[in-house]
Write a protein that binds this ligand. Structure first.
Ligand code: ZN
Length: 307
């Protein structure tokens, strides 16, 4: 009976788990880790899935060991349009598949892989690229992440509705992945939140619900405090879709020419109950966060469960 129960739980989708009332903990930053391991400026981070596999696996494992229920993959910039900067566009399939396989290996059976898909860097409105090119680029990436064993994809750091909706559709129509999409917001002078392209949290929620995203949310750009405000805005616009938050370790500060993210694991963990109360279902970190931050967030989430 016990093994049957475990199997059933393993079969549950991420949406089903969070709808049952469980708060999941996601992972933290990957980029800083890659630089610590020797990634040079100007090198393609995602190519390391092939050339430095064990280093990438180490990063994924460190988050699993920290207690993450979901981990991402080293595939943020691995769409064909972005890889073209390095002349690697023909290797998009190979790189994304490897990225998902590495995270799958680290995740084992207890942890879910929500593979990262970042923006293309092209602006449809400016005529940089056609909608078909954007769609095809994301479809190719999502198919390879699916083949590599990802459970979901996280289309993240989005600022434009058209690009994000094309990515959601491309992943939904070509894979079995659960599709998550998160936007990056800045606080404006009047205190409201907008992306670089002028999109509000409410605009995002409406457009992504229509495009068919399973989970929506926000990543990067802000620390926990502001994420609480953004989640409240998302919740006012959409009370049904689960919400994921990948918060930075505070707002970056320039200290003697070095960018520093000031929030300690304890500072971030302290705000987790309020973030969950505001409506977040999956909580993790973005820039400046480490396995120590995730460990502290995990503890905070467990303590909510005990209250
Ligand atoms: Zn970030």
């Amino acid at each position: 009976m016990v093994s049957l129960f475990i199997n059933e739980e393993a079969m549950q989708t991420i949406v089903e788990i969070v709808k049952s009332g469980v708060v999941l903990v996601s992972d933290g930053a990957w980029g800083t880790f890659l630089h610590e391991k020797g990634l040079e400026p100007g090198q393609c981070p995602e190519l390391w899935c092939i050339t430095r596999r064990s280093d990438v696996l180490d990063i994924a494992k460190s988050y699993v060991e920290a207690g993450a229920d979901t981990i991402e993959s080293n595939s943020f910039g691995a769409n064909r349009l972005k890889l073209a900067h390095y002349g690697l566009e023909e290797r998009a399939g190979e790189i994304n598949r490897a990225a998902a396989e590495i995270s799958r290996e680290a995740a084992g059976t207890g942890c879910r892989v929500i593979a990262s898909m970042g923006p293309t860097g092209k602006i449809i409105m400016m005529g940089d690229v056609s909608e078909n090119e954007i769609y095809d680029s994301f479809a190719e990436q999502a198919v390879a992440l699916d083949a590599g064993g990802a459970d979901a994809c996280c289309i993240e750091t989005m600022t434009a509705l058209d690009e994000a909706c094309l990515a959601v559709k491309a992943a939904k129509e070509n894979t079995r992945l659960e599709v998550i999409c998160t936007f990056t917001f800045d606080k404006t002078l009047d205190g409201s939140y907008r992306t670089m392209m002028g999109v509000s949290p409410a605009d995002m929620a409406a457009a992504l619900a229509k495009a068919g995203a399973a989970i929506i949310g926000t990543n990067c750009g802000n620390g926990m405090e502001r994420m609480i405000e953004i989640v409240s805005e998302i919740r006012r616009a959409d009370s049904k879709l689960p919400v994921l938050v990948h918060a930075n370790a505070g707002l970056p500060e320039n200290r003697d020419g070095t960018v520093v993210f000031p929030e300690t694991p304890e500072m971030m963990a302290y705000l987790v109950p309020r973030l969950v109360q505001a409506g977040a279902n999956i909580v993790g970190g973005c820039c400046g966060t480490t396995p120590e931050h995730i460990r502290a967030i995990k503890k905070a989430v467990e303590e909510i469960g005990e209250m």
